[in-house]
Design a protein around this ligand. Structure first.
Ligand SMILES: C[S@@+](CC[C@H](N)C(=O)[O-])C[C@H]1O[C@@H](n2cnc3c(N)ncnc32)[C@H](O)[C@@H]1O
Length: 443
């Protein structure tokens, strides 16, 4: 389904329209609804992240091609706009007075993600089901019907678990500096279809969300692991750009639930070594592997039926040197001790600096340079626009890598070349999540 933008500030309309026209993404007509001006695009839901980067402060939602005019979403027969606002209008229009309805519509949550089985609402004081205005209106019937309405397959006989919503939760921003494991401590459970009167009875370890991006499933427990949709472009860039992943080895120093690891696996890397501190993320990684049918890798029957070539360690990446040594010893007989480390991914924010010396040690001790003469590091960092445009972040990362190389492995000499900087997404006002691709060759 295509996407449309809800604009509150009328001074922005012309600019947005021109912006969309320039890229051939504008769709007529522009229309009004509840104080918003709505601009349609021909970009579809798989391009939501792109849209959110382009219009970071606006509300973006899906629409169906057949909505003819602004009355469509208020028409009881027409449930084409599958959002909470439209549902709420339909549900309450014959149940409460128009005035009261208008009041609650001001407090309907507008921003949310659907991560089946969870409807995850963005945190907002004003647009929240916790707002006092909703008092007495939020019944089991309303929630159940809302969840059914938002489930994309609702009403169909063969609804799959991946399409059915059963839980409503509110996401709150994470406190970055004290949250190394990226655990969403502030998620609030609002409603559970299975425990309608007391959602806290829902056993948290049983709730696993899933979403498909770039044809790859990701699975995570929203109470214990963060999920960020905004990395979708970066995952695709890995798949599209780095053809020589195929049949070479990759190390993911912060593998989480497999954000980037799965892109390497779908590109057929030979061995993937992943390190992750959070056991819940490792569990999500393993569930994701199953859901993606182990990326076509056969099961290693000797090794607990794990897929061949996939080595995930629930421990600090500082153990990676030892783990690769053990791996080589174990595989000595069949000559796969020769590692071809083609990519090392370092996806920790606000900085992956902790991983610089770790990666350099692996490069010095484990790569076979004859078989793999170049290693690409993917270094994730946060930086502001000025640091990026003036080349400061680029220089800083290169200098630090050289510093660690000179001090930790002085006998080895390498050339570090920055080949690309990718601006992935805005992280906070004027703070970009970037990825620096750095090629390393041995001198
Ligand atoms: C920004 S998240 C990366 C997300 C990841 N790419 C994914 O798929 O979920 C960083 C991850 O690194 C993990 N982490 C942080 N420090 C680590 C370390 N020293 N060794 C291994 N994992 C670490 C955290 O638990 C977190 O899951």
């Amino acid at each position: 389904m295509p996407l449309e933008i809800l604009v509150k500030d009328n001074t922005k309309i012309k600019k947005f329209k021109t912006q969309l026209e320039e890229t051939g993404n504008f769709v007529k007509p522009i229309y009004k609804e509840l104080g918003y001006t709505i601009i349609r695009t021909n970009l579809n839901s798989s391009e939501l992240d792109f849209m959110q980067n382009l219009f970071p402060n606006e509300i973006i939602r899906k629409y169906k091609d057949d909505i003819k005019n602004e009355n469509a979403v208020t028409n009881k027969q027409n449930d084409t706009a599958r959002d909470i606002l439209s549902f709420t209008k339909i549900y309450f229009q014959d149940r409460i007075h128009a005035e009261r309805l208008n009041e609650i519509l001001e407090h309907v949550p507008l921003k949310y993600s659907i991560y089946s089985p969870v409807l995850l609402l963005n945190n907002s004081n004003k647009r929240s089901f916790n707002h006092e205005t909703w008092s007495g209106l939020l019944t089991e019937d309303y929630y159940n019907k809302l969840l059914k309405f938002l489930s994309s397959n609702s009403g169909k006989a063969n609804t799959t678990t991946t399409e059915t919503l059963r839980v409503i939760a509110i996401n709150r921003p994470i406190i970055e500096h004290c949250n190394i494991l990226r655990r969403p401590y502030n998620i609030d459970l609002l409603y559970s279809m299975d425990h309608p009167t007391d959602p806290s009875l829902l056993p948290k370890e049983t709730l696993w969300c899933e979403v498909k991006q770039n044809g790859i499933w990701q699975t995570w427990n929203p109470f214990h692991t963060m999920f960020s949709r905004g990395n979708i472009k970066e995952k695709k860039r890995i798949i599209d750009t780095f053809v020589d992943i195929e049949n070479n080895d990759v190390i993911d120093l912060y593998c989480g639930i497999g954000y980037f690891s799965f892109s390497y696996l779908s590109r057929n890397c030979r061995n993937l070594f992943g390190f992750e501190l959070n056991p819940w993320s490792v569990e999500g990684f393993n569930r994701g592997l199953k859901k993606n049918k182990n990326f076509g890798k056969s099961l290693d029957k000797k090794n607990d039926m794990r897929p061949e070539g996939i080595h995930i360690y629930n421990e600090t990446n500082e153990m990676s040197d030892q783990r690769l040594t053990e791996f080589k010893l174990k595989h000595q007989q069949n000559n796969s001790n020769v590692l071809r480390i083609r990519h090392i991914n370092m996806g920790l924010l606000p900085s992956s600096r902790q991983g610089y010396p770790v990666a350099l040690k692996l490069i010095a001790n484990h790569n076979n340079w004859e078989e793999c003469p170049k290693i690409t590091l993917h270094v994730h960092e946060n930086a502001n626009s000025k640091e990026i445009s003036q080349g400061y972040i680029q220089e800083k990362v290169l200098n630090e890598l050289k510093f660690f190389s000179d001090t930790k492995i002085p006998d080895m000499k390498y050339q570090f070349e920055l080949i690309h900087l990718e601006k992935i997404k805005t992280y906070a006002p004027d703070i970009w999540h970037v990825c620096l691709d750095i090629d390393i060759i041995k001198l």
